[in-house]
Write a protein that binds this ligand. Structure first.
Ligand SMILES: [Zn+2]
Length: 55
């Protein structure tokens, strides 16, 4: 299940993925870990449409 590292992803980057990932707004934007390629989610992020994702 990935390497468990916590990456600091700039908000702009998360927002970019959020934009690319329109459709289901009930799930946070996802992106791949740069180290191992595992799927990652932002831990605490307020989406472009005002959704608050907290994992
Ligand atoms: Zn990883």
């Amino acid at each position: 299940m990935g390497c468990k590292i916590v990456e600091k992803v700039p908000k702009e980057v998360v927002e970019y993925f959020d934009m690319m990932d329109d459709g289901d707004t009930s799930i946070p934007p996802r992106f791949s870990c740069e180290s191992c390629g595992a799927e990652m989610y932002p831990k605490d992020y307020i989406g472009l449409h005002g959704e608050h994702y907290k994992i």
